[in-house]
Design a protein around this ligand. Structure first.
Ligand code: MIC
Ligand code: SF4
Length: 754
């Protein structure tokens, strides 16, 4: 194992170290004296202190040393602005930045890219120069979506990666533990601090049988989402096992890991197998494949490893699933979908179909989709509605352009968009349907929260495999089932689509790298200047938050009591607001504008208790701030579900919030809140959520904040007796300091000065 195998083909001096991996595992094994899951092996091999670290699942906080950090452009801006305030000359660990989120889908590939380069010039220049300055690899706009680039270039078996995007677990495709985090977590690793993660639990997903017919890897995760719900994976690593794994390609495993974010999982892991080897070889990394083969026993779970829960999925009987609308866990199998759609009054006509995104844009996905499109074309049929393709990377675009799939899509009536997130995150300038008009769209993406793609809350978005998207594009209706229904060809003859089985998952002629879109850090970094204009409306240098005033908080108003699902899209909307991701004050003008106020059932309309007037959430928050009044938010289950964007935590902090009190949190959001000096608190008794009314006031005994001790808050109703509610939290000793100092960053700055 004592070999020097480079982590990737872009960097010198960063190696994979299975020797250290196995040594650390040996230390931990001698302490725990039990078999380990694969997820445990990856995490424990990356412990800062394998001898001394406490290792209780669901309890201990692990201090870890990830191999790499990755950021996408919409989150990198804040991460880098925070890193800059740490005052270091370069990042301490290998880091890359990827430009993918800020490209709007309007006219198609190259035109949209040119427009994005123009509109976002200031931000791209900032990122490019900061990357050059701090020794970060920079992937320019047009290179592709972060998670595809990571799988194609940087992921490796047994590695630990953190990325400032919730779908970072896509790296699972190559047996990596790839974990989504907020920017402040990334900054820790960039600044050489250990990265902290609550020791996860492990949920096993055992796959038997073999995929066949219309079923594809996506259906494993869409089905699982139905079983677990959107919060079922919270605090856990999903660990896949079983003979079924060999019928899933590396990129298919990537898809499953990717969408594991939708069930709240910390990440997903797959043991190293030959499908990963094949992909490594196809992407010019055979040396990594050989090294992993030589250590294959280490890159899987030990016999008899114990799991906290488990699921079984028989791939042989697995049907395609279609999930939605409005939540990714509303899973319906294909055979029941037509009747379910009718029973629920979902608009059955499909108005737009989209494939690609970080979830489903591999060469295999594109080839299967093109096979179905070709089948239709051979019968004289085309897409019945708008059909959009977002290739995952420049390499995939160039390869499908060379091999013909791209031409097939165009012949089929498709528009090929830029290699970017585009419509997946609201960067879709949709013209065919008016705002408010009820309509259905079918995508191969991962999320379908209200308004996510086109900003229209009446759009019913269904997520499924690219194969099913193609079938619906041809059938034109949610009621079409390609497994049982006949279509009519151009001459009126009946035929059935053939399922895309037996399609080559890797390009026979190898990948075509396409245009070079990578900027390596220069040798002379001294002379590089990183500029932020003081008058910019897109970038703003961060000023440190004020430390805690040392007092208990009395009589705080509830800015909003949010009702129902409150995702990060509700807290800090994307789409048109993405352009302010580097400017805290400007983006704060979208604070919670998507959340539903329990008081009136409306979004973005709350009552200002100081004057009784109703106003927009950000405006009322700013008014409280100006008057020196701190406030809280009350929310429901899985608050902060979805994105890793720390803006959802920075903004309430910036506008004077003190605590977010909910039934439960999504993992990344809870950490983001703590890092920014907020108090994320959960009801000990979930029913207490119902007892609190929007107009009540709350006392929070901040002086009592201590690890393991719930805070007892006093609620003062508008009329009636005050009552107490017990609020839990997960602060450990060092995290309490973040609160006291005003943020984790302030704590870091204090430590550096000392
Ligand atoms: C998403 O899919 O919601 C995003 C946009 O990629 C986010 C990141 C962001 O908000 O910048 C995510 O998944 O973390
Ligand atoms: Fe981009 Fe969508 Fe993937 Fe998020 S889920 S990284 S927006 S493609």
């Amino acid at each position: 194992l004592d070999k020097k195998v480079k982590q990737n083909n872009w960097e010198e001096g960063n190696f994979i170290n299975y020797k250290k991996f196995s040594e650390n595992i040996a230390i931990v094994r001698s302490r725990l004296n039990r078999p380990l899951t694969y997820g445990e092996k990856i995490l424990y091999s990356h412990l800062d202190d394998p001898h001394g670290q406490d290792l209780e699942r669901g309890v201990s906080y692990l201090k870890l040393r990830p191999d790499r950090v990755a950021c996408q452009d919409a989150t990198a801006q804040m991460a880098i602005l925070q890193f800059m305030s740490a005052g270091m000359p370069s990042v301490a660990n290998p880091t890359t930045v990827h430009c993918d989120h800020l490209i709007e889908a309007q006219l198609g590939g190259s035109k949209d890219l040119a427009r994005a380069n123009d509109i976002n010039k200031e931000v791209y220049d900032f990122l490019a120069s900061a990357c050059a300055k701090f020794n970060i690899g920079f992937w320019k706009p047009g290179s592709g979506i972060i998670h595809q680039i990571l799988l194609e270039n940087y992921a490796f078996p047994g590695g630990l990666l953190i990325g400032t995007d919730s779908h970072t677990p896509n790296g699972a495709g190559l047996g990596m533990a790839a974990i989504g985090v907020g920017g402040a977590d990334a900054v820790d690793v960039m600044a050489n601090l250990p990265w902290e993660l609550k020791a996860p639990k492990y949920i096993r997903v055992n796959l038997t049988g073999k995929l066949s017919g219309w079923a594809s890897p996506k259906d494993i995760i869409t089905k699982l989402a139905g079983l677990t719900t959107v919060k079922g994976g919270t605090g856990a690593i999903m660990e896949y096992t079983g003979e079924g794994l060999d019928s899933i390609s590396c990129t298919g495993m990537g898809t499953i890991g990717n969408m594991g974010a939708e069930i709240g999982a910390t990440t997903s892991v797959f043991p190293f197998n030959e499908r990963m080897y094949d992909y490594l070889k196809a992407t010019n990394r055979q040396a990594i494949g050989d090294y992993a083969r030589s250590y294959a026993d280490g890159l899987k779970a030990d016999e008899g490893a114990e799991y906290d829960a488990s699921y079984e999925i028989d791939l042989s009987t697995l049907e395609p699933h279609i999930n939605g609308p409005f939540t990714p866990d509303l899973a319906t199998p294909l055979s029941k979908f037509a009747e379910t759609a009718k029973a629920n009054n979902w608009p059955t006509e499909v108005k737009a179909t989209l494939i690609g995104s970080c979830t489903n844009s591999s060469y295999e996905d594109m080839s299967r989709a093109a096979h179905i499109a070709r089948d239709a074309l051979d019968h004289g049929l085309k897409a019945k509605m708008g059909f959009f393709v977002s290739p995952g990377s420049e390499q995939i675009r160039a390869t499908i352009a060379r091999d013909g799939q791209l031409q097939t899509f165009e012949e089929f009536g498709g528009s090929v968009l830029a290699n970017a997130c585009g419509p997946c995150i609201g960067q879709w300038d949709r013209q065919d349907v008016k705002k408010g008009e009820k309509n259905s769209i079918v995508t191969s993406f991962n999320r379908n929260f209200t308004g996510r793609n086109d900003g229209n809350p009446a759009t019913h978005c269904f997520v499924t495999s690219p194969d099913m998207v193609l079938a619906m594009a041809i059938g034109g209706s949610l009621t079409f089932n390609p497994a049982t229904d006949k279509l009519k060809d151009k001459d009126g003859n009946e035929f059935m689509l053939t399922p895309p089985t037996g399609i080559e998952g890797l390009p026979a002629k190898g990948y075509d790298p396409g245009e070079n879109t990578y900027q390596a850090p220069p040798a002379d970094r001294e002379s590089v200047e990183v500029k932020v204009s003081p008058t910019s409306d897109r970038l703003q240098v961060l000023s440190p938050f004020k430390p805690w005033d040392g007092k208990d908080a009395k009589d705080l108003p509830i800015l909003i009591k949010a009702q129902g699902k409150t995702t990060t899209d509700h807290i800090s909307m994307a789409g048109p607001w993405l352009k302010y991701r580097g400017h805290l004050d400007n983006i704060s003008n979208n604070l919670l504008i998507g959340a539903t106020n329990e008081a009136n059932g409306e979004a973005n309309k709350v009552q200002n208790y100081t004057n009784g007037e109703w106003g927009a959430v950000p405006a009322v928050a700013r008014d409280y701030k100006a008057k020196g009044i701190k406030w809280v938010v009350v929310g429901d289950w899985n608050y902060g579900e979805g994105s890793s964007r720390e803006h959802a935590a920075l903004q309430p902090r910036h506008l004077g919030g003190l605590a977010i009190i909910v039934r439960s949190f999504a993992r990344i959001h809870e950490t983001n809140l703590k890092k920014q000096g907020m108090l994320p608190l959960t009801f000990d008794e979930p029913a207490d959520y119902d007892k609190i009314k929007p107009e009540d006031r709350i006392d929070i005994p901040c002086t009592k904040l201590a690890p393991g001790v719930p805070l007892v808050a006093t609620v003062h109703p508008k009329s009636g007796e005050a009552f107490e509610v017990k609020l839990n939290h997960t602060f450990n000793e060092p995290q309490v300091e973040w609160f006291k100092n005003g943020s984790a960053l302030n704590t870091m700055a204090k430590a550096t000065k000392a």
